[in-house]
Write a protein that binds this ligand. Structure first.
Ligand SMILES: [Zn+2]
Length: 251
């Protein structure tokens, strides 16, 4: 029975992932997220329902537009798959609790900002505001953070990032600073600091890996959002265990 529910959540995640792609791509361009239907950016061919099946359509069409054969970015099926995967594994990590609603909201934010940061190097204010409001409303829901820890988390996230931006002289984008404030609302003080640590770690490790394998070039500006998203998931899902382990080794 549990397996069936998890499969169902994976499918729901795939569909949501497809919608998050649309949100991440259209909001920075100030386009409506409901219409028109998605079309090929190259030939403007309007996608039929057959071409809109998450992941599956991309594989069947061999990663190309059915009409003009222009290649489609693999980012979209990847983000659909990632969303489906995250929706499916979340209850296995945090259990079947009230917290799931918060976790799914957080995953939604992370997928959307990853798409827009990869596509345009922008983390849209509209998306951040929407989720900030949602995260605040979710406090009336039992099982989440205490409101004080939440507000302090936002303040600490914003403060540290602002400090880094000032010291590094523009090395950190305004979108990243605001994103950390919003993430602080869900993570609280301890986990937002951990997220900062993992963002720097992933940025350094994966950033150099991408340069070595030729995916990215040196001195080319890189979107930092995807690293922050990965770091947030690490802190959110495993942060308590990591902190306990660390202090267990230390003391
Ligand atoms: Zn086309």
């Amino acid at each position: 029975m549990e397996l069936l529910i998890i499969l169902y959540l994976a499918v729901v995640g795939l569909v949501f992932g497809s919608f998050f792609n649309v949100v991440g791509l259209r909001v920075p361009l100030k386009q409506s997220i409901v219409r028109p239907r998605s079309s090929c950016p190259n030939c403007k061919h309007m996608l039929t329902s057959k071409e809109l099946i998450p992941v599956v359509s991309y594989i069947i069409q061999g990663g190309k537009c059915r009409s003009c054969k222009a290649p489609i970015s693999p980012i979209y099926p990847i983000m659909e798959f990632v969303t489906g995967f995250l929706f499916a594994i979340t209850p296995l990590i945090i259990g079947w609790s009230n917290e799931l609603l918060i976790a799914y909201s957080l995953i939604s934010l992370l997928v959307i900002i990853t798409v827009s940061d990869l596509a345009y190097m922008i983390i849209p204010d509209k998306v951040l505001l929407f989720f900030a409001a949602l995260f605040l409303i979710l406090h009336i829901y039992p099982g989440g953070l205490h409101i004080i820890d939440s507000l302090l988390g936002a303040l600490v996230g914003f403060g540290i990032l602002l400090l880094i931006a000032l010291i590094s002289n523009g090395g950190m984008g305004g979108g990243d600073i605001k994103l950390f404030a919003v993430l602080g609302l869900i993570l609280g003080v301890k986990l937002i600091i951990l997220t900062l640590f993992f963002s720097a770690l992933y940025g350094a490790l994966l950033g150099s890996l991408f340069i070595v394998i030729g995916v990215a070039k040196k001195k080319q500006p890189i979107p930092f959002g995807p690293y922050i998203a990965l770091a947030t998931l690490t802190a959110y899902f495993f942060g308590e265990r990591i902190v306990n382990w660390y202090f267990g080794v230390l003391l």
